[in-house]
Design a protein around this ligand. Structure first.
Ligand SMILES: Nc1ncnc2c1ncn2[C@@H]1O[C@H](COP(=O)(O)OP(=O)(O)OP(=O)(O)O)[C@@H](O)[C@H]1O
Length: 709
């Protein structure tokens, strides 16, 4: 009777974009009955069930479940009143069979002894694998039975089963139907079940035939067979489908659209169609706005028992995934090690060509160093064989000398990538250099010309070209220093007239020191965003997130349970990064280690909130990866560790400063190199930017969750 309706769906329309999935669909499921929802693949059965359990919102129409609207406060839906078995397995692969049943039992707030009893009962009934067997080692059919048991564990008032018998052998299938009929008869449980095995729906009290987003008919199986005078439901379904096609074609032929409802569905709708009054639905409830409904749906309750179950699930998932644990814990160490050993140190063994026209380089082997600069009694200095003397300065780990006979040969060497540059030493270099030194500003041009060594660099590789050019310049200054000293002249004349002095590091402070804070922050941001997005998107893909929500867990509980574990992982990862900086950096942290760690950790948390935001709109792991790594690359480019932000166009500079990395990098660098403390305005700015992004990503995530339902 109408008063006993468990589910009432009235003129529901659901679309995905412009595609109509549920087309003014109506069904009525009476309490204490089994309703078999049949239809071809893709006709919208799963979508309908998702709307009934509150997983999906509708465009229009009404849905009432157990006297309330799904998602409405106090309706109990989603919640423990429902036992939901989705089409996907929606189980945690790292669980054992027993873990899976206990997890759902706990979030349904069952006592441990009751869960144990039900587990034993369901193990026998559904022939579940051994309780200690890992789900990832179970067959597809075994997993489906575990999933089915998880929906039954708390003996719910309403069972919503999406193809529970797929992959189940015929004997067990019969057993399952016997169990369903038994619970319906003894406990007045209501069951709505979809199946591809049309004939097994004969066991249902009512069968609804669904096609093209509509219910063509809903009747008792016997009545259907009698009406269509067939022996099987399959034949009845076939006749009805043809009838619907004919009607749609006729409607089109007279200028209608195929969106109109078929007369079949209207005519054959049973008379005992439930009324909202009979379901005890007040008009006040009806007036409740959709907005209010969706606010509740986003879920803000926190229940300690459920939180415990969720935390335990996440922890089990984490530690049983050995590959994941190893990756998360070793990645920061490896990354920092790679960085410290590959960035900032001088290049080695760069091939430098030498064209020595002054003296054959082979003769340099036994040249006399002391005879290269001889001071006479009139305080003049005479140079001989300076080339050989200079070449001793090129015995340096960065340089590997390659001798060339002529200038054109050396040019060919550069062109063919055999050397990264070459030095050309003219004939009479020593003599010309002496004249040039002696005559100074009065030197004729040809003396200047022959008195200099010419360097040619391959700048297609700017790193090696520039590094070699700077090194040669410095080595020449050293060479000149010593030469002037041998000539008893002041060494300062060897230098350009600028006296360089340094604060916070010096001329030799490695590039690594400058770039370390940036690399560390970018790394933890990347780790945070990928870790959070991957874990959450995977949970959604597996269906565990939605299934937990249908079981009554709030989104906030799931989010918090995930984040709390990830906060701890991030703590360990940041500690690893700090340890590596301590071990490998040649420049000790001048400021507070605690402040340094705090900024690092905050950056990781910012990455996590970004990852969470990404997970709210990504359906696939690959998509989430693209957003995380795709966001990381521009951040790296504009954060100022590759090139100064002062060199950027104004708009880009502002964009860089507002990004979640640039200001925090400046703060961290200043804490490290200048010893700034928390009260320094630049440090505060860096922390402020991070906090602002954390809040922004949080707000954007909540907004995205709401609009995507
Ligand atoms: N998130 C989505 N976005 C766009 N289209 C979707 C989405 N989910 C489902 N659909 C489409 O909606 C239609 C109905 O899908 P649904 O899963 O409800 O069918 P079904 O009857 O349960 O099929 P099956 O029996 O194969 O499970 C399909 O055409 C499907 O491609």
């Amino acid at each position: 009777m109408a008063a006993s309706s468990a589910i009432l769906v009235e003129n529901v329309v659901k679309t995905y974009g412009s595609k109509v999935i549920l087309d003014e669909l109506s069904i009525n499921v009476e309490r204490g009955t089994i309703y078999g929802l049949l239809g071809a693949s893709g006709c919208g059965k799963t979508t309908l069930l998702s709307c009934i359990v509150g997983r999906k919102s509708t465009n229009s129409g009404e849905i009432w479940v157990l006297g309330g609207r799904p998602g409405e406060k106090g309706s109990g839906v989603p919640g423990p009143k429902i036992g939901y078995m989705p089409q996907e397995l929606a189980l945690v692969e790292e669980f054992t069979v027993k873990d899976a049943i206990y997890y759902f039992g706990t979030i349904y707030k069952m006592e441990a002894k009751d869960i144990k009893e039900r587990f034993e009962y369901l193990s026998k009934l559904l022939e579940l694998p051994d309780g200690s067997k890992f789900l990832k080692h179970c067959s597809g059919g075994q997993k489906r039975r575990v999933s089915f048991a998880a929906a039954l564990v708390h003996s719910p008032e309403l069972l919503i089963l999406d193809e529970p018998t797929v992959g189940v052998d015929p004997i067990l299938r019969e057993k399952i139907w016997d169990h369903l009929k038994d619970t319906v008869n003894t406990k007045r449980t209501t069951v709505i079940i979809t199946t591809h095995y049309i004939e097994e729906a004969k066991e249902a009290n009512t069968v609804g035939f669904m096609r093209k987003g509509k219910i063509m008919i809903q009747e008792t199986p016997n009545k259907l067979l009698a009406t269509f005078q067939t022996n099987t439901l399959e034949e009845a379904f076939f006749i009805l489908s043809q009838k619907q096609n004919d009607q749609l074609n006729n409607t089109k032929a007279i200028g209608g659209t195929d969106q109109g409802s078929t007369s079949t569905s209207v005519e054959s709708f049973p008379a005992n169609y439930g009324s909202k009054d009979a379901l005890g639905i007040s008009s006040a409830k009806e007036r409740r706005s959709k907005k209010e409904q969706s606010v509740y749906m986003s879920g803000t309750e926190i229940d300690p028992k459920r939180m415990k179950a969720l935390l335990s699930k996440n922890w089990t998932q984490f530690y049983r995934n050995i590959g994941g644990v190893l990756f998360l814990l070793t990645f920061p160490l490896l990354q920092m090690w790679f960085f410290a050993n590959s960035v900032g140190t001088d290049p080695k063994h760069l091939k430098l060509g030498i064209v020595n026209n002054e003296s054959m380089t082979t003769l340099c082997a036994d040249f006399d160093w002391n005879s290269t600069a001889i001071q006479t009694e009139d305080y003049e200095c005479h140079f001989r064989n300076l080339t050989c003397r200079f070449l001793t300065y090129l015995e340096h780990p960065m340089i590997s000398k390659v001798l060339y006979k002529s200038y054109p040969e050396a040019v060919e060497g550069i062109k063919h990538g055999q050397i990264v540059g070459f030095l050309y030493i003219p004939t009479n270099f020593s003599q010309s250099f002496e004249e040039r030194t002696r005559l100074g500003l009065n030197s004729p041009e040809w003396i200047v010309h022959y008195g200099e060594i010419r360097g040619y660099m391959d700048m297609s590789n700017r790193f090696t070209g520039a590094a070699l050019a700077i090194k040669l310049y410095r080595l020449f200054i050293e060479f000149q220093d010593k030469l002037l000293s041998d000539c008893k002249l002041p060494q300062k004349f060897a230098h350009i007239p600028i006296d360089e002095n340094f604060f916070f590091g010096n001329d030799h402070t490695p590039y690594t020191t400058f770039v370390t804070p940036g690399i560390a922050l970018l790394l933890v941001f990347l780790l945070g965003s990928t870790m959070t997005s991957q874990i959450i998107v995977k949970e959604k893909i597996d269906g565990v997130w939605d299934r937990s929500i249908v079981a009554g867990v709030s989104s906030l509980e799931i989010t918090l349970s995930h984040l709390s574990l990830q906060f701890i992982i991030m703590l360990v990862e940041c500690a690893e990064v700090l340890l590596m900086i301590w071990l490998m950096s040649t420049y000790p942290i001048q400021g507070s280690w605690i402040l340094f760690f705090f900024i690092l950790y905050l950056e990781g948390v910012c990455g996590m909130t970004y990852g969470f935001f990404v997970s709210t709109f990504c359906q696939k792991l690959g998509e989430a990866n693209i957003f995380c790594t795709g966001g990381y690359l521009p951040l790296t480019i504009i954060c100022g560790i590759i090139w100064p932000i002062e060199a950027m166009p104004t708009i880009l500079r502002w964009l860089s400063l507002a990004s979640p990395c640039t200001m925090p990098i400046l703060s961290l660098r200043n804490v490290m190199m200048k010893g700034w403390n928390l009260w320094n305005i630049q440090v505060i700015n860096g922390i402020g930017v991070l906090l602002a992004w954390i809040v922004l990503f949080g707000i954007a995530s909540v907004w995205c969750i709401k609009i995507r339902r």
